[in-house]
Design a protein around this ligand. Structure first.
Ligand code: BG6
Length: 489
């Protein structure tokens, strides 16, 4: 389970050096100076994009319909012992048949945008070769329904459901054949949807599915590769990202925007001093060196390569050029603070502090509570990578979500979490961080990967027997934030 793996294990798999924890910087150092505020207290800029997010495998069901091929998650979830409650997503939310109802739920929130993912094996059942037009039809209808309801579609091309055929034939992401097949799939989708879908996210959370799927073996496809091969897998995924950015640009309608949706390793200054903020900047680059930094800078950092040594991925200069293709925006999935850092004299200039065992978390044990993550991450990312547009492509939390005798769900902990994270996000935006939109994870409860149906992240509750959806209190909270375009401070 996720909580069994410490940050140190995670960082090691990601090919990253943490440095040794040093004493925190002295408390009497001058605090970092924020830029002057520009927005009224609690307000977001006009035109700020409020949205919600889901992913294909987690909600669609209908795994054998209309020519869909198998994905690695179909295989993995059906193997015993992989999913905490023994469930799979064969039916999930049955969104495939209920998408019109679900678009209605989105509309009721007053959100302007919806981020969904496209299942690659619906569109190319074998991963490559002959497309399945019926597979794409589903998304085309969904997009039409969204637009008819005044909701802007944001599509993600890959949210972990790799066609099983590619895993079987070439070892999935172990081969650049998969990177190339992904680019062909991206081109095919871009040609057919970007007349209506103006924003494409390429790949969701490389930091999760590579390390957990190919390193720890706890996500699909369940492999435990040695470090060198793991670094190569990540490199192949970075190549797929770059190739797909180019494919969307070459085959999409003019003006289509494209970029990643990454669970950035969130590095925060433990205490807000200029030295520690600088350390957090260095840490953000170095602890994201294997994916986000290489796609944004077009090169691996010296520190990453030195730490990897003989385990460094094999690559060419041409590949780096592709990997470093310009992104129109970066999508950042923000949930928990991952690394609290302080300045250090040793290279590369930061140390990571250990978390006390009493550090609070939400219903999911991995989801530590650190609202200031929503402040520091966009602020640091904008500065380091000089990006003009950031989306918070996911943020949200699980909750125990008890149904009370009156039939209602008072998810006050989710509201607490959202209120605090949004307050910090507003602070970042008010200081000039270029965050243009926010996608709450998730629209509704769904199949939460290795946790099955046990963990609930939705602001709509789903009864997985009857498939009835009903709003939780957090849906009213979010509707109110959106209506006012502001958060109470
Ligand atoms: C994000 C993923 O990392 O976290 C989502 O993009 C996922 O797909 C969410 O549902 C919650 O993660 P988990 O592991 O608790 O299901």
């Amino acid at each position: 389970m996720l909580e069994d793996f410490s940050r140190r294990t995670f960082a090691k798999l990601a090919g990253l050096a943490l440095g040794i924890a040093a004493a925190p910087a002295k408390a009497d150092e001058t605090p970092a100076q924020p830029a002057a505020g520009r927005l009224a207290s609690g307000s977001f800029p006009s035109g700020f994009i409020w949205g919600t997010a889901t992913s294909a495998y987690q909600i669609e069901g209908a795994v054998n319909e209309d020519g869909r091929g198998r994905s690695i998650w179909d295989t993995f979830s059906h193997q015993q012992g992989h999913i905490a409650d023994g469930t799979n997503a064969d039916r999930a939310n049955d969104h495939y048949h209920r998408y019109k109802e679900d678009v209605g739920l989105i509309r009721e929130l007053g959100v302007k945008a919806y981020r969904f993912s496209i299942a690659w094996p619906r569109v190319f059942p074998e991963g490559a070769g002959a497309p399945n037009p019926k597979g794409l039809d589903f998304y085309s209808h969904l997009v039409d329904e969204l637009l008819a309801n005044g909701i802007e579609p944001y599509a993600t091309l890959y949210h972990w459901d790799l066609p099983q055929a590619l895993q079987d034939r070439v070892g999935g992401w172990q081969s650049t054949e998969t990177s190339k097949a992904f680019a062909d799939y991206a081109a095919y989708v871009a040609e057919r949807l970007t007349d209506r879908v103006k924003t494409i996210f390429t790949i969701n959370e490389v930091g999760r599915f590579v390390n957990f799927g190919y390193g720890l073996g706890i996500d699909a496809p369940g492999l435990k590769l040695p470090q060198k091969q793991l670094n190569q897998v990540r490199h192949n995924v970075a190549l797929a990202h770059g190739l797909s950015v180019q494919a969307v640009r070459a085959h999409g309608h003019a003006g289509t925007k494209v970029g990643p949706a990454e669970n950035i390793a969130a590095c925060l200054p433990a205490i807000d001093t200029p030295e520690n903020v600088r350390a957090a900047e260095i840490a953000t680059r170095e602890l994201n060196a294997g994916f986000l930094n290489v796609i944004l800078e077009g090169k691996y950092t010296d520190h990453f390569l030195a730490y990897a040594g003989a385990n460094a991925p094999t690559f060419t200069e041409d590949e780096l050029k592709i990997i470093g293709s310009r992104n129109d925006f970066i999508g950042l999935n923000i949930y928990a603070p991952q690394f609290y850092v302080v300045a250090a004299e040793h290279a590369p200039g930061f140390s990571v502090l250990p978390f006390p065992s009493s550090f609070p978390h939400m219903s999911s044990e991995w989801l530590r509570i650190g609202p200031e993550t929503a402040y520091w991450v966009p602020r640091l990312a904008a500065k380091i990578w000089d990006v003009e547009t950031i989306y918070i492509s996911e943020n949200g939390t699980s909750s125990s979500d008890e149904i009370r005798p009156d039939g209602k769900i008072y998810d006050l902990d989710r509201i607490m979490y959202l209120r605090n994270y949004l307050t910090q996000l507003q602070r970042a935006v008010a200081e000039g961080a270029p965050v243009r939109g926010y996608f709450l994870w998730s629209l509704m409860d769904n199949f939460e990967w290795i946790f099955g149906l046990e963990k609930r992240f939705g602001i709509y509750h789903v009864d997985f027997e009857t498939l009835v959806r009903r709003p939780k209190l957090s849906a009213s909270f979010y509707r109110n934030v959106i209506a006012r375009n502001a958060i109470d401070v």
